[in-house]
Design a protein around this ligand. Structure first.
Ligand code: NAP
Length: 340
């Protein structure tokens, strides 16, 4: 039975670096430990929250319940065919560590997703994406356990209802399942995705003419390090808002008044706007609110500038949403999971 601690400071467990208390806290290193934990009164009688890397969460205040840190480890090849290797990673594995391992193995698919903070378990949860690649493209299946009955269930891609930074685990099955392992389908002969201009520009700066997956990964790492704050130095949770999707009519209306509008056509006929650009246009880049701030180099990221409280970040996010709504008539939705 994993030990349960009381009144635990969650600062080391959330990348915003917020010092909030959890009534109860435990870590599980195996499915067996999870099943034992389910039998305890603390588990049965409390609100629960599963934490992986804590990189996509904002605590508005103390958490009254049980925090369960998913610490399941292990990466193994399950099978392979002519085209693919199927790699199963436990949910508590560090995401970037997995990406580096696939690159060492010469397997293609995850290289554009280098240096995303967090754990494997979160990757299907919010269908993580970067530089033109989303996890759903390499996802084979995941294993999860019902938080109430303890029953094991395998989810295939269609069961996960993946969307833009979305899945069923953020909607109807929110807090209903513990994800324990994810299996990825990785190419033996990588097919590179350099559709985002930033990658090509970086490869050029690196003097790479014929890139391989390691070069792509290095380019992504260099771009991210140059634009995004390192959570170990400045608390943050990556992109705070999703890029909003609007109709083509609204897009062309906006374009009439804002010629520099950054938007990309989607397959469904709508347009995706760059939320960071909208925020910047409101003059909010670098804006400080109490201990929180809009990052100076990437307006999509809110940071813990100085010993801030979760509520400071939340208030700042509301202010950003208000300003963007006023100026563009566009509604920004939070990507970060707000607790409390
Ligand atoms: P960027 O390159 O400055 O581009 C701004 C936005 O325009 C991005 O959000 C991206 O949408 C979109 N975009 C750019 N080129 C595009 C293309 N060729 N086709 C379609 N859409 C395009 O963005 P950034 O903020 O520095 O981020 C770079 C990448 O890393 C993005 O993919 C971003 O989503 C990802 N990222 C994710 C997080 C996170 O926490 N989830 C944090 C940082 C960065 P998309 O966001 O839809 O790609």
């Amino acid at each position: 039975m994993p030990s349960i601690q009381s009144n635990v400071d969650l600062r080391p467990y959330n990348t915003f670096g917020l010092s909030v208390k959890s009534d109860h806290f435990t870590e599980i290193g195996s499915v067996e430990e999870f099943q034992q934990l389910r039998q305890s009164d603390t588990y049965r009688n409390n609100r629960r929250l599963i934490l992986g890397g804590g990189s996509n969460v904002l605590f508005r205040g103390d958490f009254h319940g049980l925090v369960i840190r998913n610490n399941l480890k292990g990466i193994e090849k399950t099978t392979e065919d002519n085209e693919y290797v199927y790699l199963r990673a436990a949910a508590g594995e560090n995401w970037h560590g997995l990406v580096l391992k696939t690159i060492d193995m010469g397997l293609g698919g995850l290289e554009n997703l280098s240096l995303i903070p967090g754990c494997v378990g979160a990757s299907p949860m919010q269908n993580i994406g970067a530089y033109g690649v989303e996890i759903k493209e390499v996802f084979e299946e995941l294993e999860a356990f019902d938080m109430e009955s303890g029953e094991r269930r395998i989810f295939k891609s269609k069961d996960c209802e993946f969307g833009y930074r979305e899945s069923i685990f953020k909607r109807s099955l929110k807090d209903k399942y513990l994800i324990t392992a994810v299996t990825y389908r990785l190419r033996k002969q990588p097919v590179l995705n350099t559709s985002y201009g930033a990658i090509n520009a970086e490869l050029l700066a690196m003097n790479v003419e014929h890139p391989n997956i390691r070069n792509i990964s290095e380019a992504v790492i260099r771009i991210r390090q140059s634009k995004l704050p390192d959570p170990s130095e400045t608390g943050n949770a990556g992109s705070f808002f999703k890029n909003p999707e609007i109709s083509a009519t609204q897009y062309y209306d906006l374009l009439k008044h804002h010629s520099g509008l950054v938007g990309y056509p989607l397959e469904n006929g709508n347009y995706k706007l760059a939320a960071g650009w909208l925020i910047e246009q409101c003059g909010l880049k670098g804006y400080v609110h109490k201990g929180a701030a809009v990052h100076e180099r990437q307006a999509l990221v809110l940071v813990n500038k100085q010993n801030c409280k979760g509520e400071d970040v939340f208030e700042l996010s509301e202010l950003v949403r208000d300003k963007v709504r006023e100026k563009f008539g566009v509604e920004l939705e939070r990507e970060v999971n707000v607790i409390g």
